[in-house]
Design a protein around this ligand. Sequence first.
Ligand SMILES: [Zn+2]
Length: 99
Amino acid sequence: MNPTLRQMLSRLRNSTVVLGVTSNLISLVMLLGYKLDQSLVMSVVTIICSILALLGIMSNPDNHSGNRFYCPICKAHTLHVDVAEEKLCSICGRATEST
Ligand SMILES: [Zn+2]
């Protein structure tokens, strides 16, 4: 895959980016004269992003994008998500002490 395209697609795993792109697309569609319930669309996208963040598929918007720690189960530095003030490995779900 083209490295530039891959980098662009990887940014879509950040919910802040998805919400920003959605907001701009809504503005564009409304500018072109189409009627759209902006708050409804943003609510639906926000809920979907929240679910994907809880599942560890998307990064939590409150985290830094580089939220990687060593996981002894996966034996690698993996993306960790904040759940109930603990950092959980997004691959195996094990809580890891941040170092
Ligand atoms: Zn792990």
